[in-house]
Design a protein around this ligand. Structure first.
Ligand SMILES: *Cc1c(COP(=O)(O)O)cnc(C)c1O
Length: 646
């Protein structure tokens, strides 16, 4: 992990900037990338003759083709400029999007011109190695032992989740396959079916080692579910929080495990998995003899940014092992907040003690004095990540990298053999060699991961970002802290703000208190309104005015996203929010859903308090305008339409 000790890094110098402040540098580097590539072409076998002459290039058809190329690009550019969402601006506060790092955009373009395909190293000699390095960077950030772990880039968190469940599924069936294999059977010392379905990850991986030594592994692997399919319902339940991303439903469907085998874990009043209920559910599954395929904890839920209590999940697993001899796979869906693990690591990649961390944040200006982050239990969750079997994380969210960049990290790389499509021993050897020597090897990423052909440019973008912005509190820590700071200030301003008075009607703005990360859920409320349906309509209408749905994305003053916090996902927990907003419990019981505006605060450019204060002033003006617009529309609609009376 070279360069990780470099602490001199300016956050504003990482991005092109909301006004393209770094335009000169960015252009220069883009020009550099293009001209380097052109030299590369012309320098390749200079003895080869030019195949296209100047005369050829002046032919009418030739010119025409170039003109049309330009024309189509003009069209595309004008489409993009009128319809794209201005992620770079702090006026955009919605999904997990912000400006992306210059270095990643440049590295992407630079590598893309060479068109490397990371499916196989023979089509991507450089970028395959970069992908393996970038994967190990992430493993190191999570506290995995980089000698024994493994990570790679996926198209996103969705595919990373699929892959996590894929290894968990194949792992679960390995002991069953062994029991069916005449020679492998002997290694199991007469375990019951029940015991075979409840083994710990590490004990199964140790068995794989034994199988390999005896030359049995590949034969047994073909008898796992990957060869023989799965018996319906046999592999037990997948436990995921109710707040889950819907990729888990798709994953159970695609992997043939069945959505009916999902057990949804209820959340508590902080929108995190309710630890006590999880405990009861797991114990009762064990009592019923139902195996647990895997338990998923979410680090940064998509809707509220809640951070599940990972430490408690890990503790519970140990408890189940000692009390009942039952273990289960643990996967962490940290697609959203995973990169925040960098905020806890020092220059030597050590996880910093809580007190020391808070002190360093404030002494070294990572956070201003008035922002205290994280809560102690959030800290414990990040600390426990290294105990999980696998982790999903999205570089294209809080990694500030352009699409499509997700990633999965696996604690013990031996697990890859369960999904890979080549002889097991070759892979490890080759992976080692490709990291250690300059000699080209043919690492076949495509045969050990879910995807096949994939952009090497993405690997270059992630790798380059990790080299410039270290995965510690000085690098990503500072960048992410800017968003967390802004989120905190925003909530504070919302809490202190005076009601808007428009046409003698009074509207308040309120926020969900103390999020775990930088997702701010907020809403407007007409002070006199006691009807939750009307409340939801108001905020839905505001969303429409402040989103692409208004039809003038580029010209719009402010853009946000929205969601409904409903009973199906959150039980009665949103009732607190309803009551805080002044609605009666019976309103909640009737409607059981509350519509909120949702903003992942990722911007790096409001970390200066003065900038933030003027931004907030502008924002309140915008809110006032939007409310006015809404009331004007309401008034227009409520006036009798004279033309109708024909
Ligand atoms: C975004 C997200 C996903 C899906 O990731 P994609 O990159 O959109 O495929 C999965 N889980 C969580 C918690 C997420 O926030």
């Amino acid at each position: 992990m070279n360069n990780f000790k470099n602490s001199k890094m300016n956050v504003d110098a990482l991005f092109l900037g909301p006004k393209s402040e770094n335009a000169v540098f960015f252009k220069e580097m883009m020009e550099y990338a293009v001209s380097e590539h052109m030299h590369w072409r012309s320098g390749y076998h200079p003895e080869d003759p030019d195949l296209i002459s100047t005369v050829d290039r002046y032919a009418p058809e030739y010119r025409d083709t170039l003109y049309r190329t330009e024309g189509i690009l003009n069209q595309l550019s004008s489409k993009l400029k009128t319809t794209s969402v201005p992620w770079f601006s702090p006026r955009y506060m919605g999904h997990m999007n912000a400006d992306t790092f210059m270095i990643s955009n440049l590295a992407y373009v630079m590598a893309m011109m060479y068109n490397p395909n990371n499916c196989a190293q023979e089509s991507s000699p450089t970028t395959t190695v970069l992908e393996i390095e970038a994967g190990l960077d992430l493993c190191g950030m999570f506290g995995y032992d980089v000698q024994n772990s493994w990570g790679h880039i996926t198209s996103g968190g969705t595919v990373a989740n699929y892959e996590g469940l894929w290894v968990a599924r194949n792992l679960k069936t390995l002991p069953l396959a062994m029991a069916k294999h005449p020679q492998a059977q002997a290694l199991l010392s007469d375990k019951s079916d029940h015991a075979l379905l409840n083994m710990s990850t590490v004990s199964i991986l140790d068995l794989i080692d034994v199988l390999k030594k005896q030359g049995l592994f590949e034969a047994v692997r073909e008898m796992t579910c990957r060869g023989e399919g799965i018996e319906q319902g046999k592999l037990g339940k997948l436990l995921v929080p109710q707040s889950k991303h819907y990729s888990w439903l798709k994953a159970m469907d695609i992997l043939g495990l069945g959505q009916q085998n999902i057990v949804q874990l209820p959340v508590d009043e902080n929108y995190r998995t309710d630890v006590n209920q999880m405990r009861q559910i797991i114990f009762s599954l064990i009592e019923q003899g139902e195996p647990i395929l895997a338990v998923v904890a979410v680090v940064g839920t998509t809707e509220t940014g809640a951070i599940d209590n990972v430490a408690e999940v890990i503790k519970l697993r140990s408890e189940c092992e000692t009390r009942f001899g039952v273990s289960f796979y643990v996967h962490i869906d940290a697609a959203y907040a995973g990169y925040a693990c960098a905020m806890f690591r020092d220059e030597n990649n050590q996880f910093i003690d809580y007190e020391a961390l808070i002190q360093r944040y404030h002494n070294e200006g990572v956070f201003p004095p008035d922002v205290v982050w994280p809560k102690p239990d959030v800290y414990e969750s990040f600390k426990a990540l290294n105990q999980a079997d696998s982790i999903t994380v999205d570089p294209h969210k809080v990694g500030f990298i352009p699409y499509a960049a997700g990633a999965i990290c696996m604690k013990d790389k031996r697990i890859v053999d369960l999904i890979s499509y080549h002889a097991a021993y070759v892979f490890e050897e080759v992976q080692e060699k490709s990291r250690k020597s300059d000699k080209q090897q043919n690492v076949l990423l495509g045969s050990s991961i879910m995807e096949g052909s994939k952009a090497g440019a993405t690997a270059a973008a992630v790798w380059a970002a990790h080299r410039l912005v270290p995965l510690n509190l000085w690098g990503y820590g500072k960048v992410i802290a800017a968003g967390v700071t802004t989120a905190n200030w925003l909530i504070e301003k919302i809490n202190l703000s005076q009601p808007f008075v428009i046409d003698n009607r009074e509207f308040e703005i309120m926020a969900m208190p103390s999020p775990d990360f930088h997702m701010v859920n907020f809403m407007f409320k007409e002070s006199s309104n006691t009807c939750l349906v009307k409340q939801n309509q108001l905020n839905k209408r505001i969303y429409e005015l402040c989103s692409y749905a208004a039809g003038r994305t580029y010209a719009n003053d402010f853009l946000t996203s929205s969601t409904s916090l409903s009973y199906e996902e959150y039980g009665d927990n949103p009732k607190n929010l309803c009551c805080d907003a002044g609605f009666s419990e019976s309103e909640w019981d009737k409607v059981r859903s509350i519509y909120v505006l949702r903003a992942a605060i990722m911007t790096h450019c409001l970390r200066d308090k003065q900038h933030f204060d003027s931004y907030w002033e502008e924002l309140t003006n915008i809110f006032e305008d939007k409310l006015q617009q809404l009331i004007d529309e309401e008034n227009k609609h409520s006036q009798p339409n004279q033309k109708v009376s024909i």
